[in-house]
Design a protein around this ligand. Structure first.
Ligand code: B12
Length: 246
């Protein structure tokens, strides 16, 4: 696994997956018994004040993660004759009203990581890893083999220093144990779907003489770029500032 670029791995039993909002794993893959969760450390890009640099580091990492996801699932199927499925790291998401327009994924990676003994929850509502703290992303492969699960990580890793809560400029962590996703989205993805809908709403009610000015504005250019690259985070505070880990 380290040869692939994976920083840590945990095995979890499907029966220990405890996401309250995401669908049951049986609805995705009825025969799934185990979750192989891969942990990847974020690059120091996440510290940069230049958010294009921060996001580009994230995009590089996600490319590696997707490739590992595929390679592991393919290895299990081809070499071990074990039925396996990779799970999405972010998009595609269920964007229906029931899934809160993409806020509830088909599979929750953080819950899988916790079930696989890779860490536990912090005040930032992220899964903290003993070595990488909050600077860690997860990708999971589900498989039909009953693999021996790793023990849960019981030591509380969160220092309760509230650096994440106090420093969250979007005030999305003010309520303990809950992320206000709308506040987080508005602040961290200022050119996401909400901004897109607002822009086109304004465009439709603008006079045709205004259109050229609107589609050559920096607002439209940013919306275009975010859409082109998939999604674009402009905030990494709650993971970059967390003091947990080496
Ligand atoms: C949708 C999404 C978002 C949405 C909404 C997040 C949400 N619902 O919590 C928005 C856009 C706001 C978002 C923001 C961020 N995200 Co995001 N996001 C996702 C995504 C795609 C799905 C999340 C999901 O469905 N969770 C399941 C939730 C909705 O349901 P739930 O089962 O009821 O669980 C929640 C609560 O019950 C609670 N909870 C449950 N048990 C417990 C126990 C305790 C003690 C506590 C305190 C809380 C708690 O926390 C859960 C998560 O909110 C995942 C990728 C994936 N497929 O998992 C990444 C993911 C969660 N995001 C990630 C990251 C890093 C971020 C950001 C830091 C952005 C950035 N710049 O990278 C911020 C962090 C926001 C924060 N501090 O909470 C990482 C987290 C890695 C980690 N270490 O945990 C993930 C796992 C991506 C990945 N592949 O690694 N994200």
């Amino acid at each position: 696994m380290t040869g692939l670029g994976v920083d840590d791995v945990g095995i979890g039993a499907v029966s220990d997956y405890k996401s309250s909002l995401s669908p049951k794993i049986e609805t995705i893959f009825p025969q799934a018994k185990s979750m192989i969760v891969m942990a990847f450390k974020e690059l120091s890009n996440c510290e940069s004040e230049n958010k294009r640099i921060a996001m580009s580091g994230r995009m590089d990492l996600m490319e590696l993660m997707k490739s590992c996801n595929y390679k592991l699932a393919r290895f299990l199927e081809r070499e071990a004759s074990c039925k396996a499925m990779s799970t999405p790291l972010s998009y595609p998401l269920n964007m229906s009203r029931e899934a809160r327009y993409g806020l509830v994924a088909d599979f929750s990676q953080s819950h899988a990581a916790i079930a696989a003994g890779l860490g536990n929850w912090g005040s930032n509502n992220l899964a903290l890893h003993p070595k990488f703290g909050a600077r860690v992303l997860f990708a999971t492969v589900l498989c039909e083999a009953q693999l021996p699960p790793d023990p849960p990580f019981t030591e509380d890793l969160c220092l309760k220093c509230d650096v994440c809560v106090e420093g969250c400029s979007g005030h999305a962590l003010d309520e303990e144990g809950k992320t206000d996703e709308m506040k987080c989205m508005k602040h961290s993805q200022p050119f996401g779907i909400g901004a897109n809908m607002l822009f086109w709403g304004k465009f439709m009610s603008a006079a045709p003489e205004e259109w050229e000015k609107m589609i050559t504005s920096s607002e439209y250019m940013s919306l275009y770029q975010s859409q082109m690259i998939g999604f674009q985070y402009f905030c990494f505070h709650c993971l970059a500032k967390c003091p947990v880990g080496d």
